[in-house]
Design a protein around this ligand. Structure first.
Ligand SMILES: Nc1ncnc2c1ncn2[C@@H]1O[C@H](COP(=O)(O)OP(=O)(O)OP(=O)(O)O)[C@@H](O)[C@H]1O
Ligand SMILES: [Mg+2]
Length: 329
């Protein structure tokens, strides 16, 4: 296999342990296994989404893949090169945008920040100003470009981070919660920018807590939970994995065990979850298209005149919650 045809990202048994000291004289050592044997393969030229609860290990994985942090065990290759040993080759080809406001120089303007990072990344001087103008335009910061960054709002800083992350035209871009703190219009423009980078040929590895964002942007998604990948596939395949692309919801003033049993026994029903909302009880059923219709459910629950029934497509949020709950059990 030539390097050019190697996957964008490839990991085998990737593990990361953190040791921190606390307590009296910091004698107590706590060990956290942030990543426990990650096997991952990400193709070039697309957006790969990484989802998972707080503390699952997303930022740790992002930092290892972008050469910021060393693994404790296992291997990771990005663009065919080892992230622990080939950092000099990799760094100019990698872009990284971590969420948050740190990492910018507050006392100077946005434009001056970009000049600083352009020089640091080795952007040719003759191209520098043109690229900076282009990036300011793409993240909609032209009007504030010459204000000091300390005067920027959180969202403006996030946009400047994004501009900084792609200034050197990386082949692969790591985005850790890129739209956090952005207003809806800016978040949408950021997603548009992300898509346009992909059409320029950039591979993107993205973490997010926004399910619709992952669904909209990412042909392939991995769900990380407690340092392990619990599922990895397309959104459609993940819908099938959790038992159905359709979700039926029934609401009434309570359901009894006999009804629940009868619903569970219907062909094609993979899951029945009950939730209470004050006096109202909601049943959620995961089903596959073609296996079951609303009418069959209605006939089981015929004794409830107040019944409200609806059907919708299983969302990525449903899938995510199913996967993460299953893992927690
Ligand atoms: N420098 C560190 N020292 C000790 N423990 C750490 C360190 N960095 C991360 N951890 C631990 O590793 C685990 C994974 O953290 P990580 O930041 O990767 O999670 P995450 O999936 O990015 O979460 P979030 O969605 O909240 O950003 C957590 O248990 C965290 O406490
Ligand atoms: Mg994180």
């Amino acid at each position: 296999m030539t390097l050019a045809s190697s996957p964008a990202i490839e990991t085998r048994g990737l593990t990361r342990l953190f040791e921190s000291r606390k307590g009296f004289l910091f004698r107590e050592i706590t060990r956290t296994e942030a990543l426990r044997g990650i096997d991952l393969e990400v193709e070039r030229g697309a957006i790969f989404g990484l989802l998972g609860p707080n503390g699952a290990g997303k930022t740790t994985l992002t930092k290892i893949l972008s050469t910021l942090l060393l693994p404790s065990a296992g291997v990771a290759r990005v663009l065919g090169h080892d992230v622990s040993r080939e950092t000099a080759w990799l760094r100019p080809r990698i872009g990284l945008v971590l969420g948050g406001e740190r990492g910018l120089y507050n006392r100077i303007s946005g434009r001056e920040n970009l000049r600083y990072f352009a020089d640091l990344y080795g952007v040719p001087l003759g191209e520098r100003e043109r690229r900076i103008d282009e990036m300011l335009e793409r993240v909609d910061l032209v009007e504030s470009a010459d204000r000091r960054v300390e005067e920027y709002s959180r969202g403006m800083k996030q946009k400047l981070h994004l501009a900084r992350g792609v200034l050197h035209r990386p082949e692969i871009l790591f985005l850790d919660e890129p739209t956090i703190g952005l207003d809806p219009k800016s978040a949408r423009e950021t997603r548009k920018l992300i898509r346009s980078l992909v059409s320029d040929g950039v591979t993107i590895f993205l973490t997010t807590h926004y399910m619709f964002e992952a669904e909209e942007l990412c042909p392939r998604i991995a769900v990380l939970s407690k340092g392990r990948i619990v599922a990895m596939d397309s959104v459609d395949a993940l819908r099938r994995l959790v038992g159905g692309d359709r979700t039926l919801e029934a609401e009434a003033y309570g359901f009894d065990d006999r009804e629940l049993e009868a619903l569970r026994a219907l062909p094609g029903v993979s899951k029945v979850v009950t939730e209470e909302f004050g006096p109202v009880m909601r049943l959620t059923l995961r089903v596959r298209t073609g296996d079951l219709g609303l009418e069959e459910v209605r006939s089981v629950l015929a004794g409830r005149p107040e019944l409200s029934l609806r059907e919708r497509r299983t969302s990525l949020e449903d899938v995510y919650l199913d996967l993460v709950e299953e893992e927690a059990r």
